[in-house]
Write a protein that binds this ligand. Sequence first.
Ligand SMILES: C[S@@+](CC[C@H](N)C(=O)[O-])C[C@H]1O[C@@H](n2cnc3c(N)ncnc32)[C@H](O)[C@@H]1O
Length: 193
Amino acid sequence: MPDEATWSDYYEANEGRAPRDQLLDVLARFAEPGNAVDLGCGAGIDTLAMLDRGWTVVAIDAEPEAIERVRRRAAERPSLETQLSPMEDVDLPPADLVWASYSLFFCDPARFPDVWARIQAAVRPGGRFAGELLGDHDTWAAMPERTAMTRAEAEALFDGWDVERFEEEENDGEACSGPKHWHLFHVIAQAPD
Ligand SMILES: C[S@@+](CC[C@H](N)C(=O)[O-])C[C@H]1O[C@@H](n2cnc3c(N)ncnc32)[C@H](O)[C@@H]1O
């Protein structure tokens, strides 16, 4: 998190939010619940939404407070596993869904190709990836520790996949750290069978 804001500030600020629309969208595309990875799960609001709908979830985050919050929120449900790990180092289990909501752009850019290859390998044939990628016009794109890309680069990540949703968002807005310019790609894509 940039500037003075901490992940704790982000978790507090988001505590009352609803599950993300894009999560509900991708879940509705499955005939039945399966197993998901919530990569960069934060405080676990989306993890809980998946558990509530019958999914088994591996929730992964690099921040101890995130893992503490998700475990508290989910109250020791057996269908939840948590892993405290940077996404750059984690072994992803095979999954019907990899959900990476507002997290992938915190990946070390030098490690992103490997992380992306592991995400693609983890998603089962016919399974899905959903989440956000950071566009090159975003304020954070200038930060050397963030992974940002052009629209063409984002689209190329899904070569051979069935892209079910690809929405480009660009506007001036807010982050926990204050005002910023947002440029995001919201993606849902299905892996080939
Ligand atoms: C903006 S929050 C998004 C949290 C949640 N997915 C959501 O949509 O509210 C980004 C999350 O990614 C986690 N994160 C940042 N860098 C990470 C990394 N390299 N590996 C794993 N998690 C990371 C942060 O700890 C934080 O919980």
